[in-house]
Design a protein around this ligand. Sequence first.
Ligand code: DQA
Length: 140
Amino acid sequence: MKIIIINGPNLNLLGKRETGIYGSKSFDDFFVEMQFKYREIELTYFQSNIEGELIDKIQEVGYSFDGIVLNAAAYTHTSVGIGDAVKAIETPVVEVHISNTFSREDYRHISYIAPNAIGVIAGFGLQSYELAIQSFVSGK
Ligand code: DQA
């Protein structure tokens, strides 16, 4: 089973960015833990601060991978292009957020991803990613 985690802008700063909201663990450390824990699956990771690069990656994996765990970060709330890419591909997408976007500013309540995702997981810290991985592993 091939699953990719795709992270959008500023998520390369996890561990040192607004730690009260996003926690103090770096994504690289968390990702190594996930690779070890889910050794039976092929788990890869891509991050970009650039909208078009995120779209390119979604297109690239979107016909061959079994699942995409997508945290488009701020682009979640603005990007028709990423929303269209998610709609275009065949690989199922789970939208994730570290924070509970619905308990934050109104503009974070909008998602251009969610209408075409199989589900949304928000507010569980980095565990949001693991819950998404588990949903693919358990066949949801
Ligand atoms: C985020 C929530 C977004 O609103 C924000 O722009 C992010 C991170 C999250 O994981 O909680 O950069 O996607």
